[in-house]
Design a protein around this ligand. Structure first.
Ligand code: BEZ
Ligand code: FE
Length: 333
């Protein structure tokens, strides 16, 4: 690798740094950054990290353990294994970031964690199709509608749906996966915003726990289970992308999800298909049935709410900020 060009820093002389002055000096040298948003993010990150070290009086051994943990997360990661996403999930950060970025007005469908198992190769299926290749799964009919907050149908929404098989594994977790299964894409109906499909009754399953994140959960005395759920992602131009899940009521892990994804409004009751519904949808009477309406919010309404929440939160923190491209930077810039 060629040496980078020699360049003088315009920051402070970095000499004789101490427990007390290392933080302002690190921030001063990073303040050369020309991008105000990156400058702000780094200033906050360094300040919090240094405070963390000072507050915990972290030992050299503990810090090496943390660094080795991050190395192990990198080493086990691959195209289909995302240990850092898992880490963000079990720390509650994924849910927090989603909640900040996709605030939901009352009455709209709340978001949940994306998780690492969404893929881009799911087949687009016609309404009523089965997305399951698992003969051991209990058949489930899902009949859904996409609406706006005023109750109007939203047609032509691309809906991604995915779930595990009856053994609690996503297709990508099976070695030698040749084609997608337990996942599909549907478009909400042109007249009524409806879509319906056949899957299997979801089961609870453990998140990947054979790596560093699994070991961390064990040390923390936490389990690695997620309650039974079906994933959904809704996308249409002009509408805020909704990533969510529906959780089956009564699951033993309903209130202790390893990745904090469950919200009361996303817990659903399964019914059994009656004779009329069986005839309408061409499934056997007694099949498990899930009916659900999803409520999407426009991009404009979401952006307005996000900005309002940001201003309020920053004022509460006593920070003098302004929003640039909807993201806070210090007012002085
Ligand atoms: C999932 O539901 O697919 C999932 C979410 C977070 C971490 C692991 C799995
Ligand atoms: Fe999942």
């Amino acid at each position: 690798m060629a040496a980078p060009p020699k360049k003088a820093n315009s920051g402070p002389p970095l000499l004789d740094l101490t427990i007390d002055n290392i933080t302002p000096n690190t921030n001063r040298i990073n303040a050369q950054c020309g991008d105000p948003r990156l400058r702000y993010i780094m200033e906050r990150l360094v300040t919090h990290l240094h405070d963390f070290a000072r507050e915990t009086r972290i030992s050299t051994d503990e810090w090496m353990t943390a660094l080795n943990f991050l190395v192990a997360c990198g080493q086990i990661s691959s195209e289909v294994r995302h240990e850092f996403i898992l880490l963000s999930d079990i720390l509650g950060l994924s849910l927090l970031v989603d909640s900040i970025n996709h605030p939901k007005p009352a009455g709209s469908t709340e978001g949940s964690v994306l998780g690492p198992f969404h893929t881009h190769d799911a087949p687009t299926l016609a309404h009523g199709s089965s997305m399951s290749r698992d003969p051991a799964g209990e058949p489930l009919l899902c009949v859904c509608r996409v609406r706006d907050p005023r109750g109007n149908p939203v047609p032509g929404v691309k809906v991604d749906i995915w779930e595990t098989d009856s053994s609690g594994h996503y297709d990508v977790q099976h070695e030698g996966r040749e084609e997608p299964s337990e996942r599909c894409v549907m478009l909400s109906g042109e007249d009524d915003g409806r879509f319906w499909f056949r899957g299997i009754r979801p089961v609870s399953y453990p998140i990947p726990h054979d790596g560093p994140v699994g070991k961390l959960l064990e040390k923390l005395g936490r389990h690695c289970w997620r309650p039974a759920h079906l994933h959904f992602m809704f996308e249409k131009e002009g509408w805020d992308r909704l990533i969510t899940s529906l959780y089956m009521r009564g699951d033993p892990y309903e209130t202790t999800d390893a990745v904090f994804g469950v919200k009361a409004s996303l817990i659903v009751d399964l019914e059994r298909v009656d004779a009329a519904t069986a005839a309408e949808y061409g499934v056997a009477e007694g099949t498990w049935l899930l009916r659900h309406d999803f409520v999407l919010v426009s991009e404009a309404e979401t952006a307005e709410l996000r900005d309002r929440n940001a201003v309020e939160a920053l004022q509460k923190l006593g920070l003098n900020m302004r929003l640039v491209d909807h993201l806070p930077v210090p007012e002085l810039d």
